[in-house]
Design a protein. Structure first.
Length: 269
């Protein structure tokens, strides 16, 4: 059994350790097949992804040569398998990936599971997403983002990571862990200053930690960022949190039962 990891530099783990994929074209090929998550991808798309504007004269032969090379490599890692992982279908080439073998697929599955969970599952959600976020070793594909297909996949998985962080912070706030989350919330907000959900969550955590002035200062800074960078006003949800803080809304205080303590966070995401 192999495991494939792209939440960081490409890694293929075998029972004996890590296997290396040599050559940019081979890495680009397997990364593109991986992000297709078991769906066939056309030869034309693979050629464009691998060579871009520098397509070789005999592109079909060149692609087939790289497909054969990848098949041999994977076969050497799983000599007991009778059928190649890379198969040809009417609609293109497909890499067979079994459940639990691909970190990005497992990560997105965890995020969807967290999205479907209810407020009463806050502890389980926080644990699930903490484990899922620990899968990340760095940017998707590391320093080798590949072509258009892979770059779009990078953006998709990164958005799932942001969503996972928001859902985990929300679960931790429901559990009353606002003080413990302050450092991570500050970091998330600093790294993504235009993402309003992180701002909302940081404001609530600061308010609940007895730092009302800091919470309001975070809001004012965010409002300037939105105006200067995007020419827009804060969302109604973000303004709702500011008004709740100014009014000392009891809903922001939270309870020991893990109820979320913010006016906007009272509604599921």
């Amino acid at each position: 059994m192999l495991s494939f990891s792209i939440l960081g530099a490409l890694q293929i783990r075998t029972a004996l350790g890590f296997a290396e994929i040599s050559g940019d074209l081979q890495r680009n090929l397997i990364q593109t097949l991986l992000v297709s998550e078991g769906r066939p991808i056309s030869g034309e798309s693979l050629v464009e992804e691998m060579w871009g504007d520098s397509v070789p004269d005999k592109q079909a032969n060149a692609l087939q040569a790289h497909i054969s090379r990848l098949r041999r490599k994977l076969k050497s890692l799983e000599p007991e398998l009778m059928v190649s992982r890379v198969t040809i279908h009417p609609s293109g080439y497909r890499l067979t990936i079994h459940e639990g073998e691909f970190d990005a697929a497992e990560f997105t599955k965890a995020v969807r599971q967290a999205e479907a969970a209810g407020p009463a599952d806050a502890a389980a959600t926080a644990q699930l997403l903490g484990q899922a976020l620990a899968m990340w070793r760095g940017p998707v594909f590391g320093d080798f983002p590949g072509g258009t297909i892979c770059q779009l996949a990078c953006a998709r998985y990164e958005e799932y990571r942001m969503r996972a962080m928001e859902l985990r912070f929300e679960a931790e706030l429901r559990l009353g862990h606002h003080a413990a989350m302050l450092a991570e919330l500050h970091e998330a907000h600093s790294n993504h200053p235009l993402r309003e959900r992180f701002c909302e969550q940081l404001m609530v955590a600061l308010y609940r930690s007895g730092r009302q002035a800091d919470a309001l200062n975070v809001y004012r800074t965010m409002r300037r960022h939105l105006s200067d960078e995007l020419g827009i006003d804060p969302s109604p949800a973000l303004r709702h949190v500011e008004h709740a803080i100014l009014a000392h809304d009891p809903a922001l205080a939270g309870t020991g039962t893990g109820t979320v303590a913010r006016a906007a966070l009272l509604q599921p995401a």
